[in-house]
Design a protein around this ligand. Structure first.
Ligand SMILES: N[C@@H](CCC(=O)N[C@@H](CS)C(=O)NCC(=O)O)C(=O)O
Length: 318
C-alpha cells in the first residue's frame, strides 16, 4: 500500500515495513470541529449541498459512515461516491471519474486538500465542496458528526451517542477497537509468527468477552442500539467471509458463537442496513488487493451464510 509524501504519491516497495512484524495503524490526519469551537468560530456547519462522502463498500471503517448516513436520513443531503473494490499500486481508484473534479484516484483529493499532505490515503473521506478540503477522514468522528450535526436539517433526532451513555460507550469502543476492529488487521498484517499469535489470542479473548456479555442483553449496552454496536457490526459482518481465512482469524467463525451470531443477524436485519452491504466488494477488495497475503488473487466463492435467518435476540427487549 502506497502513501503520500509531501503531496506526492509513492508506491510501497517495502520501505515502510514494520521492524517488529506487528501491524501499526497510522492515525488519521484530518480531524474537524463541526459546529462552533470553544471560541465560537465555525469552520464547518450543517448545510445543504455542501458535503460529499467518499467510501469503499469493502472497508469496515467507511461502512460505519455509510450506515450513519442511512440511519440519520442524510442520503439526500450528503451524496456518496464509492471507490472501486480493487486498491492497487495507486491506492484507492474510482471506476468512473469522481463527480466533483473528475479525479481518477483518491490521492488526488488529498492533494487538493493539502498539496503537502504526508500520510495514508484512506477512506472514508468527508469532503467540503465550499472550502474544497477534507473535513474529516476519521470514521469515528464522521459518525459523530452524522449522529447529531445535521438534525436541524433532517428532523431525524435518533441518538446513537446519548449523553448519559457516553462514558460507557467510549469505554467499550476502546476495548472493541483494539481487540476486534483493529485486532483482525493485527492478525492479517502481522509479518512475524509471534506478532500474529499475540494478535490472534487478543482477538479471540475480546470476542469471548463480547460473546459472554451478549448472553444476557440484546446489545452492547443493555437493550438499546448505540454507536458501539455499529462500530462492532462492520467488523463482525466481514469476519467469516474474509477475516477467518484471509487474515487467519480461524479459531472460530462468528457462526460458531451463538450470541454474536444472533446479534450480527439482528443488526444486519435492522431497517436500511442491508442496502449498505456489498459482499461482492468486500470479497473482491480483500482477496484481490492484498497481493502480499494472497498472491494468486483468487477470490473464494464461499462461504454461504444465512444473514437473513431469524434470530431470537428480541427475547431481551420485553
Ligand atoms: N482510522 C481510519 C482508518 C481508515 C482506513 O484505514 N481505511 C482503509 C480501508 S479499510 C484504507 O483506506 N486504507 C488505505 C491505506 O491505508 O493506504 C478510520 O477509521 O476512518
Amino acid at each position: 500500500m502506497g502513501m503520500m509524501i509531501d503531496g506526492i504519491w509513492e508506491t510501497d516497495d517495502g520501505k515502510w515495513a514494520s521492524k517488529d512484524g506487528k501491524f501499526h495503524r497510522a492515525a488519521s490526519k484530518f480531524h474537524c470541529q463541526f459546529g462552533p469551537d470553544e471560541a465560537g468560530d465555525v469552520r464547518f456547519s450543517a448545510e445543504k449541498d455542501r458535503y460529499h462522502l467518499y467510501v469503499s463498500l469493502a472497508c469496515p471503517w467507511a461502512h460505519r459512515a455509510l450506515i450513519f448516513r442511512k440511519l440519520k436520513s442524510l442520503e439526500k443531503l450528503i451524496p456518496v461516491t464509492v471507490v472501486d473494490a480493487h486498491m492497487l499500486d495507486q491506492g484507492w481508484q474510482f471506476s468512473e471519474p469522481e463527480p466533483l473534479y473528475g479525479f481518477t484516484h483518491a490521492h488526488q483529493l488529498y492533494h487538493k486538500a493539502d498539496p503537502h499532505y504526508t500520510g495514508r490515503v484512506t477512506v472514508p473521506i468527508l469532503w467540503d465542496k465550499q472550502n474544497e478540503t477534507v473535513v474529516c477522514n476519521e470514521s469515528a468522528e464522521i459518525i459523530r458528526i452524522f449522529n447529531s450535526g445535521f438534525n436541524d436539517l433532517t428532523g431525524n433526532t435518533d441518538d446513537y451517542y446519548p449523553q448519559e451513555l457516553r462514558a460507557e460507550i467510549d469505554t467499550i469502543n476502546a476495548f472493541i477497537y483494539d481487540g476486534i476492529n483493529n485486532g483482525v488487521y493485527k492478525c492479517g498484517f502481522a509479518t512475524a509468527q509471534n506478532a500474529y499469535e499475540e494478535a490472534f489470542d487478543n482477538l479471540f479473548a475480546a470476542l469471548d468477552h463480547v460473546e459472554a456479555r451478549l448472553s444476557n442483553q440484546r446489545y452492547l449496552i443493555d437493550n438499546r442500539i448505540t454507536e458501539a454496536d455499529w462500530r462492532l457490526f462492520t467488523t463482525l459482518l466481514r469476519f467469516d467471509v474474509v477475516y477467518y481465512s484471509h487474515f487467519k482469524c480461524n479459531r472460530n467463525r462468528i457462526t460458531d458463537m451463538p450470541n454474536l451470531w444472533g446479534y450480527l443477524r439482528d443488526l444486519y436485519q435492522q431497517p436500511g442496513i442491508v442496502e449498505t452491504v456489498s459482499f461482492r466488494h468486500i470479497k473482491d477488495h480483500y482477496f484481490y488487493s492484498h497481493e502480499s497475503i494472497n498472491p494468486t488473487r483468487i477470490v473464494p466463492k464461499g462461504p454461504t451464510l444465512g444473514f437473513n435467518a431469524p434470530h431470537d435476540r428480541d427475547r431481551f427487549s420485553a
